[in-house]
Structure formats: structure tokens, C-alpha cells
Design a protein around this ligand. Structure first.
Ligand code: CUA
Length: 363
């Protein structure tokens, strides 16, 4: 029995170890793709080596002493000489860790100040953590939409940025619709895209900052790193960095109101979306679609839901191009993502057809 348990443990350890060899690592801290993550890695590595040396020395010493002085059969059963205190040793093991910690502290404190700097020419995006998805608001004066009352470009799940540009994120925790400003629904999250920057908490009632840039165009994965409720593990996001021309095209498109569908099925979907579905549910209670009477900020903004840069939806658990996943989501949101704040409106298959066509027309 004990032997079998040992085998199971050995295999579990081996699986974990081999898991580290996987080639596909979109969230690898050790593969930085921007200056912030690079600086953090440059600090992490020497600290890691220091910690590794301390670990080997201390654990090695424990194992060595435990083996050397273990009780042996037929051995000496007398008590060894009892000592109390050793001034030299005690001074030594007080000073040595202090020296090690000082060695670690100097670059760490310097880096804390450096990373806290907020350059005046940075682009500003407000990041809001909801249960369980991320919303992004582009608050600079040149990022105002052309319809309604104006206001910032607002997107969900995928943050789009220009490659090479420094971005200053203001990170907040947002209330859910049901609770409004009820503190129960404003929980702590943590915003983390390992290849671009380390974690920063999203706290109710305060604003934290991350300053970062993505060196190259590409898609960078991230996720919530602070337990925030049932679907914490599926509160993901992506940061899509574009080159200058693509970025300008994206901004121009985002400033426009949603396109009016011409396809009859999509038109029917728009009607359901704006006026309510058969069971009495109202999509407009939570979602906004630019240029229509859907203006609620409670759920993800769907104005350009099907734009190619909006790679994923519902906490980035499914790709936007995955029509089957979208249908399953509309069919029963809490069924596929337990605890989801989007209710099951008991949509008919025809309604799901129409709504899917409408959402996928919103480029
Ligand atoms: Cu949000 Cu964990």
C-alpha cells in the first residue's frame, strides 16, 4: 500500500516536472515582451539565484545533520553534551541574513521607484475588473467616440494597444449590475499579463497603476491573479499590440457607431437585442451597442464585438470566431460558466440564430 502511494507521488511529481517542458507558453514570465516585464525579470533572476543558494545551504545542512546524527541501532544512547548559547554563531547567523537581504533590497527598492514612474507622454487606459471579465476604457481626449454623448472608446476582454507606445493603466474594481455600487460586488482582482508586466491588484475604492509597452505587434495573454469568486480561474484577457497603421485603423473603427446589419437574420437579431426576447429578457439591461438605445455599462460593450482584434469573449474563455461556443453561451450562460452574472433568458433556437448573426455582424 505504502509502496503504491510512493509510486503515485513519484508519477505526480514527474508529470509536474515534464509539464515545465511544454513548448507553448503564452504566459511565460521568463519570456518578456516589453520593458516592464524585462526589468522585472532582470530583478527576479539575481534574487532567484540568491534564494536558491540559501535554499540549498539551509536544506542541505538540515538533511546532512539529520543523517549524520540519526539514532542508530546499538548506538550510543547517552545524551550528547548539552550546550546553551554560542555568541559567535548567533552574531554570525544574524549578520549573514542581514547582508543577504541588503543585497536583495538595494536593487528591489530602486526598481519599485523606477516602475512607479508615470511618464507624461503615456497613453491612458482605465482597466476595470468585473465578475468575471475585464473592461477597458480609453480615456485620452483623442480616443472619444463619434456618436451619442461622446465618451471614451470602451471594449471588453481584449485590450488593443499600439506596439512600442508606453501605456499607463489605471486599474480599478467595478461593481456588478445586481449590486450596483454594493461593496459585495466590488471584489479584489489582480491584473496580470506575464510577458508584459507583473501583477497589480484591482482594489475596490482605489486606483493602482501599471506602466508598460509591448515591443512587437502580437497577442499577449493575461488573467486575473487574485481570487475573486466562482469564476476567478476563467477571468482571462488578451492584449493585442498592433503596428501603427493597424492601430490607426482600429481606433477609427472603434470611434464609429455599430454597423446597421443588412442581412435579414441579423436585423431580426438586432430587433431582439434592442427590444427584448420572447421570455421577457432585455439584453440592453447590461450591454451597450454604440449608436443604439443600448447604453448600459454593466456588461461588456458589444459595439464592435466581431472586430478581428476582439479575439475572445466572456472572460476570454472562448474565441469570438467560435460560433458554437457563442451559441452555447447564449443558450445558457451560467450553464457553461457557473455563477455568470449573465442570466439564462431561455432563448429559443431561432432567437439564438438571430442574435448570433447580429453579434457577428458587429465588426
Ligand atoms: Cu478576478 Cu480573480
Amino acid at each position: 500500500m505504502r509502496k503504491r502511494l510512493l509510486w503515485v507521488l513519484a508519477f505526480a511529481a514527474l508529470t509536474l516536472l515534464l509539464g515545465a517542458c511544454s513548448g507553448d507558453l503564452p504566459q511565460n514570465t521568463f519570456d518578456p515582451a516589453g520593458p516592464t516585464a524585462q526589468k522585472q525579470k532582470d530583478l527576479l533572476m539575481p534574487v532567484l539565484w540568491v534564494a536558491a543558494a540559501v535554499f540549498v545551504l539551509v536544506e542541505g545542512g538540515i538533511v546532512l545533520i539529520a543523517l549524520k546524527y540519526r539514532h542508530r541501532k546499538g548506538g550510543d544512547d547517552r545524551l550528547p553534551p548539552q550546550v546553551h548559547g554560542n555568541t559567535r554563531l548567533e552574531i554570525g547567523w544574524t549578520i549573514a541574513p542581514a547582508v543577504v537581504l541588503a543585497f536583495v533590497m538595494v536593487p528591489t527598492v530602486g526598481m519599485i521607484w523606477e516602475l512607479a514612474e508615470r511618464p507624461a507622454d503615456a497613453m491612458h487606459i482605465t482597466v476595470k475588473g468585473y465578475q468575471w471579465w475585464w473592461g477597458f476604457e480609453y480615456t485620452d481626449p483623442d480616443m472619444v467616440v463619434s456618436y451619442g454623448q461622446g465618451g471614451p472608446i470602451v471594449v471588453a476582454d481584449t485590450m488593443v494597444v499600439p506596439a512600442g507606445r508606453t501605456v499607463d493603466l489605471s486599474i480599478e474594481s467595478a461593481g456588478g449590475l445586481v449590486g450596483g455600487d454594493d461593496p459585495d460586488f466590488r471584489v479584489a482582482h489582480s491584473f496580470w499579463a506575464p510577458r508584459l508586466f507583473g501583477k497589480q491588484d484591482a482594489m475596490p475604492g482605489r486606483t493602482n497603476h501599471i506602466v508598460f509597452a509591448a515591443d512587437e505587434p502580437g497577442t499577449y495573454w493575461g488573467q486575473c491573479a487574485e481570487f475573486c469568486g466562482l469564476q476567478h480561474a476563467r477571468m482571462r484577457f488578451r492584449i493585442v499590440a498592433l503596428d501603427e497603421a493597424d492601430w490607426r485603423a482600429w481606433v477609427e473603427n472603434e470611434k464609429q457607431p455599430a454597423v446597421e446589419p443588412t442581412d435579414p437574420l441579423a436585423k431580426q437579431g438586432m430587433d431582439l437585442f434592442l427590444n427584448g426576447v420572447s421570455g421577457g429578457g432585455q439584453c440592453t439591461a447590461c450591454h451597450s451597442v454604440g449608436g443604439t438605445n443600448a447604453t448600459s455599462p454593466a456588461g461588456p460593450n458589444l459595439t464592435h464585438f466581431a472586430a478581428p482584434e476582439h479575439e475572445c469573449f466572456a472572460g476570454c474563455n472562448w474565441d469570438t470566431t467560435d460560433v458554437e461556443a457563442l451559441r452555447a453561451w447564449l443558450h445558457d450562460p451560467p450553464g457553461v460558466k457557473y455563477g455568470s452574472k449573465m442570466p439564462n433568458y431561455n432563448l429559443t433556437d431561432d432567437e439564438i440564430d438571430a442574435l448570433t448573426a447580429y453579434l457577428l455582424s458587429l465588426t
